[in-house]
Design a protein around this ligand. Structure first.
Ligand code: AMP
Ligand code: SF4
Length: 462
């Protein structure tokens, strides 16, 4: 299978705060769950941009010597998720460019759906790309407009990009933060002393002692300088379609997105699931870590005792990182272990946040049975995933999505559970409490044009 590299990542920026690189280190560490393939930081001392990036976890890539070299009070950083294909150093961000209009660095979370078209346009005009990442397109769009204000160049660049994105651009004395006009990818703004911070998730603010101000709005560009903050919008028409998967799976439970706490929204999803898909059983267990909040809610409403039935090996990465199905299956077993004394002779309700390919559920059902569970009932705190994501979340292709071609009963049979139930789409919206969300992977209603034939895109592995 050929495969596009998706940008499923976390971004962080800080302006006017001492030890900006060190603050970035801690913030990226707090967002490590958003990407484990590689990471990087670029810092500015007002004159020079210096960067370091590599494959590996934040704590592996940076040591004190590296951080000391990244001098300055301004910085941006990035953690990158490898979703497909091999690890590639050239795709690790931030990208750093030296240019006659002024040096700059950029990093990005999301996916640009018209990237192929834009890339072809630039390549035909003689441009050369350093990576396969679509983030680099922004650099070309910025430098295309060689004269005039950088803010105007960025606003114009954003107008040409379609898809989901949260972009940060650092120049020697300015920090820019931009969010797509559909509001698909999260980006929050915070304050730290006299300075400002921006991050994909608010958990990054807590760890460095920054104070949350507000979420950056869909279609907004924020410019941060020593004078303060300036806000502009690159488009009149804007939506508020935050990615539902941020609430369901991606974000950390202690983060808030659009004023909604992730743990509480997952717990509400679990409560709603108990109402929609009740079960006669002895205990409820959650799949650690992302489903523990939902299991809590399910237990609360069903009255079934919440137990710790599965233990997670903390030192494993997420199973999606494994490229082949065989490795992925082994990954689940290495990652999760049932507690025999808890599940033996019990009718167990297992709460998981989602079923994508079905690998995790199938392995869990099998492992629980091997450890003596009498019955295994799967309850999923999100709807059936029937369509791929084009906005930067690796939810796989149509062919691999187990619910795309199979009924609930057929999926139950494949994963080997005694019963299976999914949260409804209405139930999910109600649980999150948001007025609107992107739920395209559950209802195929993509908020943006996709610029390519979806079936063909999937054959290509996108
Ligand atoms: P699967 O085993 O393919 O059915 O994937 C489902 C499991 O992966 C669930 O336990 C989720 O917690 C997790 N998951 C869901 N979405 C993603 C994603 N985009 N990236 C990585 N893991 C995911
Ligand atoms: Fe999120 Fe799914 Fe929309 Fe992608 S399609 S942005 S994963 S809700």
């Amino acid at each position: 299978m050929t495969c596009e590299i998706h940008e499923e990542c976390g971004v962080f920026g800080v302006f006017n705060a001492k030890h900006a690189a060190e603050l970035s280190y801690y913030a990226l560490h707090a967002m490590q769950h958003r990407g484990q393939e590689g990471c990087g930081i670029v810092a500015s001392d007002g004159e020079t941009l210096r960067g370091h990036r590599n494959l590996g976890l934040v704590k592996e890539v940076f040591d004190q010597k590296q951080l000391d070299r990244l001098v300055g009070n301004n910085a941006i950083g990035h953690v990158r998720y490898a979703t497909c294909g091999g690890s590639n150093h050239s795709n690790i961000q931030p990208f750093l460019y030296y240019h006659s209009t002024g040096d700059f660095a950029l990093c990005h979370n999301g996916n640009i759906v018209n990237s192929r078209l834009l890339r072809e346009m630039f390549e035909k005009a003689g441009s050369i790309f350093q990576s396969t990442s679509d983030s680099e397109i922004l650099a070309h769009l910025i430098t295309k407009r060689a004269y005039g204000k950088r803010t105007d160049a960025l606003l114009e660049a954003c107008r040409q990009l379609e898809g989901g994105f949260a972009f940060l651009v650092l120049t020697k004395d300015k920090l820019y933060a931009m969010r797509d006009r559909y509001g698909l990818r999260p980006l929050s703004l915070g304050k730290m002393g006299d300075g400002y911070v921006v991050a994909s998730e608010t958990c990054a603010f807590d760890v460095i002692g920054a104070e949350f101000i507000r979420d950056i709005k869909p279609g907004e560009l924020i410019k941060i300088t020593s004078e303060g903050i300036e806000s502009s919008f690159y488009q009149e028409e804007r939506l508020n379609k935050m990615c539902a998967m941020e609430y369901i799976y991606f974000s950390r439970p202690d983060s808030d997105i659009n004023g909604i706490n992730i743990h509480l929204s997952r717990k509400a999803a679990g409560r709603q699931l108990a109402k929609e898909c009740p079960c006669v059983a002895d205990i409820v267990i959650g799949v650690p870590d992302s489903s523990l909040s939902a299991a809590n809610g399910y237990s609360e409403v069903s009255g079934l005792p919440l137990e710790t039935g599965l233990i997670k090996n903390k030192y494993m990465g997420r199973t999606f990182i494994e490229p082949s199905q065989e490795l992925r299956e082994r990954g689940v077993k290495m990652k999760l272990s049932p507690i025999r004394s808890v599940v033996k002779d019990k009718r167990v309700v297992v709460i998981d946040d989602s079923i994508v390919r079905g690998t995790t559920s199938r392995q869990i059902v099998q492992m629980l049975r091997e450890h003596g569970a009498k019955e295994v009932h799967m309850r999923i705190a999100s709807p059936e995933m029937i369509a791929p994501c084009f906005y930067g979340v690796d939810t796989s292709t149509y062919e691999e999505l187990i619910s795309a071609g199979n009924s609930v009963e057929k999926v139950r049979e494949i994963i080997g559970a005694d019963s299976l139930g999914f949260l409804s789409k209405e139930g999910l919206l109600k649980a999150v409490g948001a007025s609107d969300l992107c739920m395209a992977c559950f209802d195929s209603k993509y908020p943006t044009p996709l610029f390519e034939d979806i079936t063909k895109a999937n054959k290509d592995g996108k």
